[in-house]
Design a protein around this ligand. Sequence first.
Ligand code: CO8
Length: 270
Amino acid sequence: METSAAGAPHLVLVSRRGSAAFVTLNRPEAANALSRDLVATLGRTFAAFAAEIASGGDLRVVVLTGAGEKAFCAGADLKERRTWTLDDTRVFLGELNALMDGVAAFPRPVIAAINGLALGGGFELALACDLRIAADTAELGLPEVRLGIMPGAGGTQRLARIAGVAVAKELTLTGRRVGAAQARELGIVTEVAAAGALGEASARLAGEIAGAAPLALAAAKRAIDAGAAKPLAEGLAVERACYEQVLTTDDRNEGLNAFLEKRPPEFKGR
Ligand code: CO8
């Protein structure tokens, strides 16, 4: 568990099960809106995970969700922002984007378990994750144009890359919300679970990923992300470079040996 720098209680909750970390945005009284403190605390949480991995810790997957039933995250904290100067807002925009980029580049898969509303920056946070699984009651949307602004934490770019330009334009220009089932049809979420079973479903997905070799996960994620916007030949070169990094790992030999010996592999992340 973490507390904010100011000592505010538990803006972000962390629990561990095996090599999976479960992270909960914990401002249910404000629909888990991204206050500056929450953004900083979440950033520190991911930085601590990254440091743990760099020093050989066995963290293989992160699940991110919101406290309560109403919201995954209702976006930027509109009450707090109202008190800011333009320069304050620009600084926050930088901090928010640094958080999103950190989640997107995190060296292990990150799953958004969307337990309720994911709006504005909350939807953008889910889009920065690698996989999205949603409760059947969840709704996702980018209402910014209705507030006189536009998505500013990666939404225009990440949604277009995940679901295509037409879907990104439809959701961004109308500010319309889509339900979980439609989000799945659009390819935004990969799985929909009954609201009461989202925790179990996301833990199952995390467990599936945690059974894989962590360096292979990291390299595959890097290859997809770094290659996605490139022409095919360049993307294939990125894949080749990432493959080279897993070729020399102990886990690669363990995977081959385990297959030959007809036993489950025991990956060490080396
Ligand atoms: N910020 C601050 N507080 C919020 C927010 C928010 N985004 N959303 C909800 N809350 C608060 C409410 O004010 C309320 O608090 P209180 O009880 O003190 O009045 C509490 O959460 C519960 O909310 P409601 O009573 O409104 O509950 P409802 O179930 O009726 O509605 C909704 C929930 C739908 C989430 C509604 O509150 C809502 O529409 N919220 C705003 C959602 C929104 O527009 N989000 C987009 C924000 S813009 C953004 O994210 C852009 C990010 C990138 C740019 C950043 C630039 C700085």
